[in-house]
Design a protein around this ligand. Structure first.
Ligand SMILES: [Zn+2]
Length: 60
C-alpha cells in the first residue's frame, strides 16, 4: 500500500529522495520539500486542492 502521507504535497517526492519538512495543520501532518516551501509562503493559493483549507492561508 502506497503511503502518500510521506511525500511532498506538491511534487510527491518521497523522504527517500528529498528532505521533507513536516507541518501540522488541522490535526493532519503535511509534508513539503524545501523546493516548494516558497510556494507555501508566496503562493499558498496554488496549494488549493492539495491541502484542505489552503484557500484560507491568505488573509484575503
Ligand atoms: Zn516538493
Amino acid at each position: 500500500m502506497e503511503n502518500i502521507e510521506n511525500t511532498c504535497i506538491v511534487c510527491k517526492k518521497t523522504e527517500e529522495e528529498v528532505p521533507l519538512i513536516i507541518m501540522k495543520y488541522r490535526g493532519k501532518e503535511i509534508r513539503i520539500c524545501p523546493q516548494h516551501v516558497p510556494v507555501l509562503i508566496h503562493d499558498p493559493h496554488k496549494l488549493t486542492g492539495l491541502i484542505e483549507g489552503a484557500e484560507n492561508f491568505t488573509a484575503g
